[in-house]
Design a protein around this ligand. Sequence first.
Ligand code: AGP
Length: 602
Amino acid sequence: MCGIVGYIGPKEKKEILLEGLQELEYRGYDSAGIAIIEGDKLNNYKAIGKLENLREKTKAYKSEGFGISIGHTRWATHGKPTELNAHPHLGAYSYVVHNGIIENYQELKVELQAEGVSFLSQTDTETIVHLFEKYYNKSNDAFPAFEETIRRLEGAYATLLITEAAPDTIFFAKNGSPMLIGFDKDEVYFASSDTPIIGKATEVYYLEDGEYGYVKEGTVHLFDSNGSKSFTKQALTADKVSAQKDGYRFFMEKEIYEQSHVMGDTMIGRVLDNSINFEELDENFFEGINAIKICACGTSYHSALTSAYLFERISKVRCDIEIASEFRYKEPLLTKDTLFITISQSGETADTLEALKMAKRAGLKSLSICNVDNSSIVRESDAAILTRAGIEKGVASTKAFATQMMVLWMLTLYVGQEKKSISKEVLHKEIDAMLRTPKALVVTDELHAKLQRLSKRYLHGHGFFFIGRDIFFPLALEGALKLKEISYLHAEGYPAGEMKHGPIALADSELFTIALMPKTMHYDKIKSNVEELSARDATILAISPEPFDLADDFIQTTYDSHPMLEFFEMMVVTQLLALEISVRLGNDVDMPRNLAKSVTVE
Ligand code: AGP
């Protein structure tokens, strides 16, 4: 997600903007920029990559005196992460920053180009500044020009605009993307969340959808579709870390709730009406590829395991999976018709990186699926597809796993398109299911409350078995890992059909079985596996759309005709279960003992 900051007043502005953007780093970005107007002096700096690149570019610059200023960190959705696509975007004499998506930008761009406007970037944002100048050049009146501009926009936006035509004013508008206004006496700040202005502003107003206006001489003039309106400021919290958690108890909890939203970012520009598109991949990328090998660690290994079922079932391409720390020393047989895919949230996992280098030395083509642009694994790979989950701070991975799964699912369809191994009907059915995924990831109050209640029964015992079949077996592994990582209780993920080959000897009332029982995937078989365990007095927590009366605890999920939708919904249940058990045990959910967010050593 992108980040916005703004400031109007007499203080030095560069530092205010850069410090503010630094506070928004946790949202994830791949470029950044600032623009400052002081009287007749305009200064605009942009840089790709990390904020220190922008700091380096601006180190000789220092603003003086009263002025207006805006800053932005960009997470590329439309157009690659380049300086040209970085915000602020410049017109002839105005700058704009924007979060969200202007859904009618193509139509606006064509209209403006027909009037002779030339565009520098591939972004939707640039249309805002040219539209404003189009209206200002006619009316010579800045606010009505801004008002008309906002009226033309369709979609989600949080935007700030500054212009030489009004060097004492910042224009703002909010619809669908967050933005707030901070106050400190007659100085005014803007930001996409409160952390950038904590310690600077003392009061805050959180803009509502459809609100817009301008600030001049320390006064905010607020409007909505009914005209001018008043507003009430509230005290601003002074605690940055709790602010970054946006009110959740833990980053992990926040990131579980974010899954529904970030999934939309993961799909932007990739899930089209009747096809899948990856602008990161050259059109002949899969030429000569007859097999896929995926290599990863931990949770990333679980998303890889899940995708193997999809690649073979949907794309009809052989796919095998490797644990990176094993792969490195097994003297593998590698053939050049195999695409070597690495999956990594951090892009810095040592075992995965070394495995990638091994495959490259053997002459294999490489692709990474990663959440951090410009990371070592991304830079080492022939191509990279970013998961766009935003920065994941909880050590126990959640939204990164969910977005890895979505990228892999999209990739199976993409390979099916390339190999012509998927029919139009199947492709359409899969895309239809994909578009319903964000809804399947929504955490409802009743679900969370139920898991909070029943977690009290699972704080002891001699262990947990998470069991599932097909793609629900890797999900069982992932659910067990989540629980182990943050509760420190022992848990295993196991193929449901394998329990009778030994582990069922453990069955008794102190053995907790978390049974993933989807209706769309071998339900009758998983049901009989669970009945065998129940008959031996195992304590069963069944997760299923179908009521199961032998369950000691039961979480009813939504029936959906597609197994991946059941997969994502059950994933949320296992994540919340682990979270609530860990909370009851009083553990540090975000930074569990002995663990690091990125294992950069062997
Ligand atoms: C996941 O919850 C764990 N934190 C861990 O297993 C992690 O998935 C593993 O270390 C791989 O990390 P990566 O995805 O950054 O490569």
